[in-house]
Design a protein around this ligand. Structure first.
Ligand SMILES: [Zn+2]
Length: 102
């Protein structure tokens, strides 16, 4: 559905790793984020003031028994795409300024 932009992971007593993704859907304007478990159909409403990390950690612990080492990290390819986009946008802005000043 969406693009995974962030992962929440936790580990069970046996060392098995479970992951919940934040998926970003760019078909909406502004974009919408969804919390999606990669192991079951869990995808809660985000119309809440609770922190995503708390929600993800609670699900991983209660549904999958993964209560250890809860952590989060950005999706690698999405992070790289953002790093590439920044200079491109900067160059475009500078070009526009030069164009407007001339
Ligand atoms: Zn799940």
């Amino acid at each position: 559905m969406g693009t995974p932009v962030r992962h929440f992971t936790a580990t069970t007593e046996e060392g098995q790793v479970f992951t919940v993704n934040i998926e970003r859907d760019f078909r909406y304007d502004p974009y919408r984020d969804f919390l999606v478990c990669t192991h079951c159909d869990w995808s809660p409403s985000l119309l809440t003031t609770r922190r995503l990390l708390d929600m993800a950690g609670e699900h991983l612990a209660s549904a999958h028994g993964a209560g250890r080492g809860l952590g989060q990290h950005d999706n690698e390819s999405f992070r790289k795409a953002r790093l590439i986009m920044l200079p491109v946008v900067a160059v475009l802005l500078i070009g526009l300024l030069i164009f407007l000043n001339s």
